[in-house]
Design a protein around this ligand. Structure first.
Ligand code: FAD
Length: 330
């Protein structure tokens, strides 16, 4: 299909374990701006079993069209099946841009779909915009271990695909009563089914809540000093109904798993309250927390950079300050 004949901005509204993922609203926010700049429609794709119920909600958050493909074969995420359906949709309707959340499943799905379709993909972008001169998608992401920000384009093939980091964008606002079109897309067993089968989902046994699910994050840095020190952070996080995060220092030291790392080469978070314990506030860490509403820093060194960036700076040893906080809270 010639590039000029591909129209509209698509987003994949991911469904995880039967629930619409919050990334759907973030992608609608990012996609709405792209679609408006191009004067094209914003379309959402939702795949799964009994997922048509989400179509209205997606329209009320900015989608003009929602493509729904429902089947018991899509009940659980399987790369191959999902990529075949998404490829079929792309080859039927010829979108111009396609955004997919850079979640675990989204990263796999975007790569496989890009290969099936034969187009380019910018993985794990943190920002997307339209170059007004030629309508191309400019997707920006950290590269070379976070030392550079690269803006990547895909000039010759469509759709220009991009997986977008969760929490890189705010959620699109609700516009009650907004109207749009719902298009049902059939699941075709012969064409879409895969040899791969879903057997079982095994939830991680790691302590605590996921960083994307909470409004309070208690993060530890190299100042925590030892693996066991994170138990204290877990206690505070639990008391506040939040989750534990970390800077790169403790991850590199093996005190906590990489999936808790916040920053340029870790995750981007947007909590209401971010309590940084024994974190100096280097730019690569702060890049992941700039969306936090309130930052509290607990640090022994009053001259640590974070003490100037935080809304509230507590000078002291975290092993004295956190127990005092726990006591006050109880
Ligand atoms: C390309 C690249 C990408 C990177 N990506 C990331 C990233 O994604 N995320 C990230 O976090 N970093 C990242 N980094 C590393 C970053 O530059 C810093 O090295 C790192 O953030 C420092 O971690 P920290 O603040 O925990 O440790 P430090 O800088 O060592 O700071 C420890 C702090 O703890 C304080 N302290 C010590 N003991 C106590 C105590 N008992 N109580 C209270 N305070 C105490 C100290 O005063 C100090 O301020 C990256 C670096 C590079 C080069």
């Amino acid at each position: 299909m010639p590039v000029k004949d591909c129209k509209n901005v698509w987003i994949l509204a991911e469904v995880q374990h039967g629930k619409l993922s919050p990334t759907a609203y973030e992608l609608l926010h990012a996609g709405r701006k792209l679609a408006d700049d191009l004067e094209e429609k914003l379309c959402a794709v939702v795949l799964g079993n009994h997922v048509g119920k989400y179509a209205r909600d997606l329209i009320e958050h900015g989608a003009d069209v929602v493509y729904v493909c429902e089947s018991d074969q899509l009940e659980n995420y399987v790369d191959d099946t999902y990529a075949k359906v998404l490829t079929d949709l792309v080859q039927t309707y010829h979108p111009n841009k396609l955004l997919i959340p850079a979640t675990n499943c989204g990263r796999a799905l975007s790569a496989k779909t890009a290969v099936f379709v034969g187009t380019g993909l910018t993985a794990d972008a943190t920002q997307v915009q339209i170059n007004k001169a030629d309508g191309q998608l400019y997707a920006t992401r950290p590269t070379f271990g976070g030392n550079l920000m690269a803006t990547i384009t895909c000039a010759k093939t469509r759709p220009e695909m991009c997986s977008l980091r969760p929490m890189a964008y705010d959620k699109a606002p609700l516009q009650k009563g907004r109207k749009g079109e719902i298009v049902k897309f059939p699941f075709t067993k012969g064409k879409h089914a895969s040899l791969a089968k879903f057997l079982e989902f095994i939830k991680s046994k790691e302590e605590g809540l996921d960083l994307s699910e909470v409004t309070v994050i208690v993060a530890g840095g190299r100042g925590v000093g030892k693996k066991e020190g994170f138990h204290l952070l877990h206690q505070l996080a639990q008391r506040l109904g939040g989750a534990v995060g970390a800077s790169r220092g403790p991850v590199d030291s093996g005190w906590i798993d990489y999936r808790y790392q916040i920053g340029l080469t870790g995750r981007t978070v947007k909590p209401k309250l971010y309590i940084a314990c024994g974190i100096s506030g280097q730019i690569q860490h702060m890049a992941g927390v700039s969306g936090a509403d309130v930052i509290v820093a607990i640090n022994k060194d009053p001259n640590a950079p974070i003490m100037k960036m935080a809304h509230y700076a507590v000078e002291g040893d975290m092993y004295e300050v956190i127990p005092a906080m726990l006591e006050a809270l109880s």
